[in-house]
Ligand binder design. Structure first.
Ligand code: SAM
Length: 243
């Protein structure tokens, strides 16, 4: 039986609670009653649960038995800031595809007003990630970091496999680079970081920065994709090779 899944706001070893919007939806729209059964994600684990009771604005569950769940894929996307409606769509889709984390990065060609407004959008992006994680029946929520200047993001996590999506690259495809990196890593799935440029693409200074920090430029083919298409395609390719 497929049970509806919720992501707990608080939990201990035996119980979990939903609060805020999630609880309001469960109480008012789904008319939660003690004894109703759901799957609850708590601390990255999924539990078959029953509603124990409604206490004010919160719904409390008893956790009955752990349910098998797949963790996120070890993929972080450095997503340059571009038009928010398209960016949000990309965030939703890469969450469904299993990405672990998105770092919104301020690239040279990210529009100034969007770069300035990005910090104020993070809470909304996290809500998008939460909803998409629930919808995709994930056992965790995609993490969205604070908007970060490109330079700092490029210099972070130097142990990861680092790939920069570059439309002018012709010789190495993303699929080829990932296949090689996974073969080299053997049984251990390596962390993967992939950077996607803004609508105007990377500047030559940014390309040089990636080069200095040993990021490998990779192609998604001869056609120029919109940034959101590139992010989703890259995540789909990584998922196909990792799973
Ligand atoms: N500079 C480009 C232009 O205006 O001709 C457009 C950049 S594209 C809309 C945005 C980003 O998507 C790029 O910076 C790159 O990261 C990624 N991208 C798009 N098409 C790609 C391809 N064929 N291969 C690799 N990356 C691609």
């Amino acid at each position: 039986m497929t049970r509806r899944r919720w992501i707990a706001d608080t939990w201990d070893e035996a119980t979990a609670s939903l609060e805020g919007n999630q609880a309001a939806h469960l109480i008012r729209v789904l008319r939660a009653q003690p004894g109703m059964e759901f799957d609850i994600v708590a601390g990255g684990r999924v539990w078959h649960s029953v509603v124990a009771g409604i206490f004010g604005d919160a719904v409390r569950f008893n956790l009955i038995a752990e349910v098998e769940a797949d963790p996120a894929l070890p993929v972080t996307l450095l997503l340059s800031i571009f038009r928010f409606d398209r960016m949000e769509w990309a965030m939703e889709k890469v969450t469904e595809l299993g990405a672990e984390c998105i770092v919104p990065v301020i690239a040279r060609r990210s529009e100034k007003h969007l770069a300035q407004a990005a910090a104020g959008r993070v809470e909304r992006w996290r809500r998008v990630a939460l909803e998409a994680s629930k919808q995709a029946r994930r056992s965790d929520v995609l993490r969205i970091e604070e908007p970060t200047p490109l330079k700092a993001a490029v210099q972070d996590d130097l142990q990861a496999v680092r790939l920069v999506l570059a439309e002018q690259e012709r010789s190495t495809t993303l699929r080829h680079a990932l296949t090689e990196a996974l073969a080299a890593a053997g049984d251990e799935a390596p962390s993967i970081r992939m950077a996607i440029g803004p609508e105007g693409g990377w500047t030559s200074e940014e390309e040089a920065l990636f080069g200095v920090e040993n990021w490998k430029p990779v192609s998604l083919g001869p056609r120029i994709l919109r940034a959101e298409t590139a992010a989703i395609t890259a995540m789909a390719i990584a998922g196909a090779l990792l799973e």
